[in-house]
Design a protein around this ligand. Structure first.
Ligand SMILES: [Mg+2]
Length: 464
């Protein structure tokens, strides 16, 4: 379980000898961030001397090249620290490419031909689930409707759900206050952390259900389109509840525990068990199906092959990609395409720091160019830390993500100069403040590796 997190990131800036610049980051939850910073520096070294025309001319080849350092393979391959670090670098290249075209990242890809998207996608090890020809067909089938879907989502926004109602550590009073707040803000999907104490979880789920199911509490808030809540165990006011266990249980424990929560009608249980255990997820899903509770996972699935197996084994109802655990846009395109083929909706993992910034682009790519679906999909939203970004994500009056629209915002991950100066570890001004004392005391003694050769910066930001 993710306890006592200090939201942090390894932040990469790619410079050129021209004016082009690219920003990328990968998220961590505190100690260990410096290890990722160092790894990102190592990965980025492979780009030195390359021309941007060569990189942008074949983004698929760029990805393969970055992933194929024969010596880095031993500390992966394609998992763990080296994969997280690769994500930061790959995303920085995509950010630079989008900026060079004066388009937000989602729009760069939404304007690509199906053939270009296929060329940018990593298919290695997944062709038993999805071939490039099948991917091309999925993309061509959706090509004609792209313009209409862009117009729709620019007007309506992209649907969101909120996790900031039921963190562990919240008192019942705070859970109630947060639930009422987000209900009024237009949200109708709410997620709660569970898994430590079943009595507490039952009490908290009952509390949230009482609030969201009472029509008086959402007076004046427009009802959602019925298609957006179909199959989600919505209550009488069309509100949906989800639960997240952050991997705490063994397989049968998960089934037994969630069975005791089923009366509160969650749409799904997220991360019920070890993230690599595909067959346990499949068995949990099989056993919970009669209770009407689905299974979601993916924020800790470390590469496209795990997603392939989750889909092949019919282990998930909802696919939760992580924008920087998978190694950037190229690998994510493969997972979006596989999910479209298997008919599983993608609802990306977000929150932390920077993940909402990244994932709105990925959900838009999925909707506009790949699945064409927006009815079931909801993108996670957490309200904290957006102020650290130059182009922060925002919500419209209906509680939906606004579409990134600034020509030079790229992948929307550039951190403000002010925040970097304040939070870069360990020399940022924040780290000499009394407030930071407790966090700094948890850092490795004598560790001073916050700024590596001006290329990768560890930025640690106090979460909650
Ligand atoms: Mg989660």
């Amino acid at each position: 379980m993710n306890q006592t997190c200090d939201y942090s990131c390894a932040y990469v800036t790619l410079f050129t000898d021209g004016t082009e610049v690219g920003y990328g980051m990968t998220f961590t939850i505190g100690r260990g961030n410096d290890i990722v910073v160092y790894a990102a520096e190592q990965v980025a070294e492979r780009l030195v001397g390359k021309s941007t025309a060569e990189l942008f001319g074949d983004m698929g080849a760029m990805w393969t090249y970055l992933l194929s350092d024969p010596q880095h393979r031993w500390i992966g391959p394609e998992k763990g620290v080296i994969h997280l670090a690769t994500a930061a670098v790959v995303n920085a290249v995509w950010d630079m490419y989008a900026r060079s075209q004066n388009k937000p990242l989602w729009r760069l890809i939404a304007d690509m031909s199906p053939e270009e998207i296929v060329r940018s996608t990593c298919f290695r090890y997944i062709t038993d689930a999805l071939t490039p020809d099948e991917a091309l067909k999925i993309l061509k089938d959706k090509e004609a409707g792209r313009k209409d879907r862009i117009a729709h989502v620019e007007k309506e926004g992209y649907p969101a759900y909120v996790t900031s109602v039921g963190w562990y550590g919240y008192s019942d009073e705070l859970v109630e206050e947060r639930t009422r707040h987000w209900l009024k803000a237009g949200f109708n999907h709410f997620k709660l952390k569970v898994g430590v104490n079943v009595d507490d979880d039952r009490r908290r789920m009952a509390l949230i259900r009482r609030i969201i199911d009472d029509p008086k509490n959402s007076e004046g808030v427009p009802r959602p389109d019925p298609a957006t809540i179909a199959g989600k165990n919505a209550g009488p006011t069309d509100c949906v509840l989800m639960i997240d266990a952050n991997q705490v249980w063994d397989m049968q424990e998960a089934v037994d525990y969630v069975s005791q929560l089923a009366e509160f009608k969650p749409w799904f249980i997220e991360e019920p068990t070890a993230p690599d255990d595909v067959l346990a997820h499949a068995e949990i899903r099989r056993q919970l199906a009669p209770l009407g509770v689905g299974v979601a996972t993916g924020e800790h699935a470390h590469n496209r092959m795990v997603f392939k197996q989750l889909l092949q084994a019919k282990a998930i109802d909802v696919c939760q990609i992580d924008s920087c655990r998978l190694a950037g846009v190229n690998e994510i395109l493969g997972v979006l395409l596989m999910s479209a083929k298997y008919g599983v909706p993608v609802c990306p993992h977000a929150g932390g720091i920077g993940l909402c910034q990244y994932t709105i682009h990925l959900s838009l790519i999925d909707y506009v160019a790949i699945s064409g679906s927006i009815d079931t999909n909801v993108l996670e939203y957490a309200q904290h830390l957006h102020e650290n970004f130059v182009n922060p994500v925002s919500l419209n009056a209906k509680g939906r993500y606004n579409v990134p629209s600034v020509a030079d915002e790229g992948y929307s991950i550039q951190i403000t100069d002010e925040s970097r100066a304040k939070y870069v570890y360990p020399h940022g001004s924040y780290w000499s403040s009394p407030e930071a004392g407790k966090i700094a005391s948890k850092a490795v003694n004598g560790h001073t590796n916050g700024h590596v050769n001006g290329k990768a910066n560890g930025v640690a930001v106090n979460g909650h």
